[in-house]
Ligand binder design. Structure first.
Ligand code: KIV
Length: 263
């Protein structure tokens, strides 16, 4: 059965942890979906897969292009797509236009937007009232890299208070879930306990209702990964070895073999 936003809320109530990963193309999406990932995010970390230094340059057109490919590979997981930098911050109308394009053109079920109180609250409410499911994202918000860097957030009592207030205001505005990025474990726990919607943590400790990682980090394909990420394999080495073997065999006239294949 396909995963829905309501299902995620039920899983929180049942204490069943939610598994989320990012995807950027058809092949990766198919593998993640078949492996049982619950939520697949076409994140704006797509920028890093495309060779940009930060998430800021990625455009709505690029996200739409990749999200369509991911959609073709996803049968079960809930598909969420990030709204890129400056495609929603200007006004609720701009956000509606961008989110509408994502849902209509890609077939994704929801959008994710960074930021909270007070700027994003009106925008989230505007989209939710129009029937667009929205996922929030607070704590470290990489689209604000030039203001806050990529440091852990919520380290002072005031900063903790602000992130908690943002999460509560986003819930009130109607988000179905919130990503908590790079905040102290205790704050992740506190927010998770206070909210009725699921929290999905990335560098926010083990007490969130689910976890998300960037798939290129998980697969060992990233040039650099954040301190809280974990690689479960090293595809960079695996691919290098495969390509070196192929190169050797071609240069040594060992591939293709002399006898015809498929006779
Ligand atoms: O863009 C992204 O990949 C994200 C995750 C870090 C949650 O927003």
């Amino acid at each position: 059965m396909a995963v829905t936003t309501q299902q995620l809320i039920q899983w929180k109530q049942q204490g069943r942890s939610i598994v989320a990963l990012t995807a950027w193309d058809y092949a990766i999406a198919q593998i993640l979906d078949a492996a049982g990932v619950d939520l697949i995010l076409v994140g704006d970390t797509l920028a890093l897969v495309l060779g940009y230094e930060t998430t800021l340059p990625v455009t709505l057109e690029e996200i739409l292009h990749h999200a369509k490919a991911v959609r073709r590979g996803v049968k079960r997981a809930l598909l969420v797509v990030d709204l890129p930098f400056l495609t929603y911050q200007e006004s609720p109308q701009q956000a509606m236009h961008s989110a509408g394009r994502v849902l209509k053109e890609t077939g994704a079920q929801a959008v994710k937007m960074e930021g909270g109180y007070p700027a994003m609250i009106e925008t989230v409410a505007h989209l939710v009232q129009a029937g667009i499911p929205v996922m929030g994202h607070v704590g470290l918000t990489p689209q604000s890299i030039h203001q806050i860097g990529l440091r852990q957030q919520g380290k002072t009592p005031e900063a903790e208070e602000k992130i908690l207030a943002e999460a509560l205001a986003l819930q009130q505005a109607g988000v179905f879930s919130i990503v908590l990025e790079h905040i102290p474990t205790q704050l992740g726990l506190q927010i998770t306990q206070k909210l009725t919607i699921p929290t999905i943590g990335i560098g926010a400790g083990p007490y969130c209702d689910g976890q998300v990682l960037v798939t290129s980090d998980v697969l060992g394909l990233s040039e650099r990964k954040p301190p809280f990420a974990k690689s479960y394999t090293n595809l960079q080495d695996t691919i290098t070895q495969a390509v070196q073997s192929y190169t050797f065999e071609v240069r040594e006239h060992k591939f293709p073999p002399e006898e015809e294949v498929g006779k």
